[in-house]
Design a protein around this ligand. Structure first.
Ligand code: DAK
Length: 259
C-alpha cells in the first residue's frame, strides 16, 4: 500500500509501526491521514506475523489535533451527513491486537484523543497533552470527554477540557493517562521493548486480555467479571495454555504457536 501522510514499517517482522508524517502541520489529523492510519492498522491486524502495533509521531508532535484548517468551513450538514470522525477515526477501536501510542511533543485535541484510543501510552519526557478545543468554540469530538475522565478522573478532566491548558508528561503519568515516561531518545526503544514482549505471548491470550480490560469501561462490574471468566475458561481450550503452563512446570521458556 502507498501512503502519503504516514510511514509504515515493521520491526523484527513482528511489530507494526506507523509514524504520522505531516511535519509542517505538526501531524494535524485530516481525513486522508486517518484513512491511511486505519488501513495500515487493519493490515497489521490481519497479518498473523504481527503481534502488536505502535503509533508514533515526530519529536515535536505526536499530533497537534484535528486539522483546524480543514474543519474551519465545515457546516453541520457536512459533518453530520459525512459522518465526520466516526467514519475513519473509529476504525482504531476495531483493532484486536494491542496498539501502543509512543508520544513525544504535542498530543492535543484529536491527537490526545488518538493516543487515548490506543491501548496504552508511553510518553517521552517532552510530551504535552491537552484538549484545547474550548478555545476554538467546540468541545472534544473524538471521545475526549469520555476517555479522559476515565483515565484521569473528573476533576482533572474538567480542568483540562474547560481551561484548555496542557499537562506535561510527569503530570500525565501521575494522573494515570500514561503508563510510563522515558527520556525522549529512549522512547522508541521503550515502546518497541514493550511491543516485543507482548509479541512473545499467545496472541489469543493477548487479544482476550485487551478485550476483557476494555469491557471494564463498558458495563457493570458483574457483567465485566462474567465476561472475563468466560474468556478465561475459553483459553483452557488452547494449545498455548498447555504450552505456557508446561513451560513453567518444566522451567523452560514457553514457545507459543497462537493455537
Ligand atoms: N491543525 C492545522 N494546522 C496546525 C494545527 C492543527 N491542529 N496545529 C498546528 N498547525 C500548524 C500551524 O498552523 C503552523 O502552520 P504554518 O503557520 O507554519 O503554516 C504549523 O502547524 C506549526 O504550528 P505553530 O507555528 O503554531 O507551532 P508552535 O510551536 O508555535 O505551536 C502548538 C504549537 C501545538 C501549541 C500550536 O500549533 C497550536 O496551538 N495548535 C493548535 C492546537 C489545537 O488547538 N488542537 C486542537 C485542534 S481541534 C470532531 C472530533 C474531533 C475534533 C473535532 C471535531 N467531530 C466529531 C466533529 C478534534 C478537534 C481538534 O483536535
Amino acid at each position: 500500500m502507498n501512503f502519503e501522510l504516514i510511514n509504515v514499517r515493521t520491526e523484527a517482522g513482528r511489530v507494526g509501526i506507523v509514524t504520522l508524517n505531516r511535519p509542517k502541520q505538526l501531524n494535524a489529523l485530516n481525513d486522508q491521514l486517518m484513512d491511511e492510519l486505519g488501513a495500515a492498522l487493519k493490515a497489521f491486524d490481519a497479518d498473523p506475523a504481527i503481534g502488536c502495533a505502535i503509533i508514533t509521531g515526530s519529536e515535536k508532535a505526536f499530533a497537534a489535533g484535528a486539522d483546524i484548517g480543514a474543519m474551519a468551513s465545515y457546516s453541520f450538514a457536512d459533518v453530520y451527513k459525512g459522518d465526520y470522525i466516526t467514519r475513519n477515526w473509529e476504525q482504531i477501536r476495531s483493532i484486536r491486537k494491542p496498539v501502543i501510542a509512543a508520544v513525544s511533543g504535542f498530543a492535543l485535541g484529536g491527537g490526545c484523543e488518538l493516543a487515548m484510543m490506543c491501548d496504552f501510552i508511553i510518553a517521552a519526557d517532552n510530551a504535552r497533552f491537552g484538549q484545547p478545543e474550548i478555545k476554538l468554540g467546540i468541545i472534544p469530538g473524538a471521545g475526549g470527554t469520555q476517555r479522559l475522565p476515565r483515565a484521569v478522573g473528573k476533576a482533572k478532566a474538567m480542568d483540562l477540557v474547560l481551561t484548555g491548558r496542557m499537562m506535561d508528561a510527569s503530570e500525565a503519568e501521575r494522573a494515570g493517562l500514561v503508563s510510563r515516561v522515558v527520556a525522549l531518545d529512549k522512547l522508541m526503544d521503550e515502546a518497541l521493548g514493550a511491543a516485543l514482549m507482548i509479541c512473545d505471548y499467545s496472541q489469543m491470550a493477548v487479544m482476550a486480555a485487551k478485550e476483557s480490560i476494555n469491557r471494564a469501561f463498558e458495563g457493570s462490574l458483574n457483567d465485566g467479571i462474567v465476561f472475563e471468566r468466560r474468556l478465561f475458561h475459553a483459553l483452557f481450550a488452547t494449545a498455548d495454555q498447555k504450552e505456557g503452563m508446561d513451560a513453567f512446570v518444566n522451567k523452560r521458556k514457553a514457545v507459543f504457536q497462537n493455537k
